[in-house]
Design a protein around this ligand. Structure first.
Ligand code: SOE
Length: 379
């Protein structure tokens, strides 16, 4: 019997438009889903490029105005892969039209924006999710399982960093395609909303809520040409941010992110130290989970490196054969599959409400960077 379709309207065709389109294409090929995702329409302002994108990924049609996309009766789900300043209005309009909504991270440029988005999806009662993909790297999902099973016992420390080096050149303009991440009006913030948001999402998923933060932020390049005006303009984003945090469970944390760590492209690492053991994960070696187990014989005790590629590991039974790795793109495939499975059962996380908690923490971090005080995080 033909499965019910999940008709997708994608807004945006950049890097994230590609990861999401790939996710919806692959998910039904590797996971048992009750609904068949269909790439129904893609929406972007540049019609020629939208048509090229549609042809490449198999979208059935193209729109150039997201409002027209939302008005269509043949769309069930609006997926927002457009720059951050578009998230709020599109998500709210989509929810009000009764569409399911998925949104690229961060949910809002501020927690005030995301609060309104949460209100809209909850009022409309529509399924919703935010693409914090790193939760669904199998080794990270495995860490969650181990923590929930109590393998680490009481948690003392959480440590995360996300390092890149692509904005060091002073010649790089702010604004425009790809570089809107440097324009504070579009992005909302710099590394805090773009990279630390990932670290905070994973951290709160693994280790619970964050109560308070104390941050240090820096903008190394103070002025950049604005791509849209051609004029030099002050840079409003944070180029680097480091903060201390206290979790509700009593553990303490350090977080660091920068786009000025020469040599590091996307080095997201996390470490958790508990009473009975520790875990370390590194995005540059993403199929490995380092585990120290303090139990047992002291003489042979030590760190073990678990290759998270066996069928019994999270998600891996749906892929190749034991020992063969999957990567970054598949974390989005897992998210698409979980979202679709969640439509007929327990809604998959992170929902808009979960992602709003992350925005509350990033707001507090940015505030603390200005006040040089500890700030309540409410996460
Ligand atoms: C920025 O360079 C970026 O692409 C982020 O926007 C993504 O969320 C992150 O996963 C990788 O880096």
């Amino acid at each position: 019997m033909a499965k019910e379709k999940l008709r997708i309207g994608m807004v945006g065709y950049g890097f994230m438009g590609r990861t999401h389109s790939n996710a919806f294409t692959q998910a039904p090929k590797f996971f048992e889903l009750n609904r068949e995702p269909e790439l129904t329409a893609v929406c972007a302002r540049n019609k020629d490029r939208a048509e090229e994108f549609a042809a490449n990924w198999g979208y059935g049609s193209v729109e150039t105005d997201w409002r027209a996309l939302i008005e269509r009766d043949d769309i069930d789900l609006i997926d927002i892969a457009a720059p951050n300043n578009m998230h709020h209005d599109i998500a709210i309009a989509a929810a009000e039209a009764g569409k399911m909504v998925m949104c690229e991270k961060p949910l809002g440029r501020t927690a005030a924006e995301s609060a309104e988005m949460v209100e809209a999806v909850e009022k409309a009662g529509v399924p919703n999710m935010v693409w914090y993909n790193y939760r669904r790297i199998p080794a990270v999902t495995m860490a969650k399982k181990m923590i929930d099973e109590g393998k680490l016992g009481r948690i003392f420390h959480y440590r995360a960093k996300f390092l890149q080096d692509w904005t060091i050149s002073t010649d790089l303009p702010q604004g425009g395609e790809g570089l809107w991440r440097l324009d504070v009006d579009v992005a909302g913030s710099g590394v805090t909303g773009d990279l630390l948001a990932h670290c905070i999402d994973t951290a709160m998923w693994l280790n619970g809520g964050i109560d308070s933060v104390s941050a240090m932020i820096e903008t190394f390049v103070k002025e950049r040409e604005h791509a849209l005006t051609g004029e030099m303009a002050p840079v409003g984003i944070d180029d680097a941010c480091a903060f201390l945090a206290r979790f509700s469970n009593g553990s303490m944390a350090t977080f660091e992110s920068t786009r000025y760590a020469r040599g590091h492209k996307a080095q997201y690492t996390l470490e958790i130290n508990g009473e009975h053991g520790s875990l370390i994960w590194d995005l540059h070696d993403l199929q490995r989970l380092e585990y120290f187990d303090h139990s047992g014989d002291g003489e042979t005790r030590g760190w073990r490196s678990i290759h998270i590629t066996d069928g019994e590991h999270p998600y891996m039974g749906n892929w190749w054969v034991p020992g063969l790795s999957i990567g970054y793109a598949e974390s989005f495939v897992h998210q698409a599959a979980d979202f679709i499975q969640g439509l007929d059962g327990k809604a998959a996380a992170p929902t808009f409400a979960d992602a709003h908690q992350t925005d509350l923490v990033t707001d507090a971090v940015l505030k603390s960077g200005k006040t040089a005080q500890w700030e309540p995080a409410g996460g």
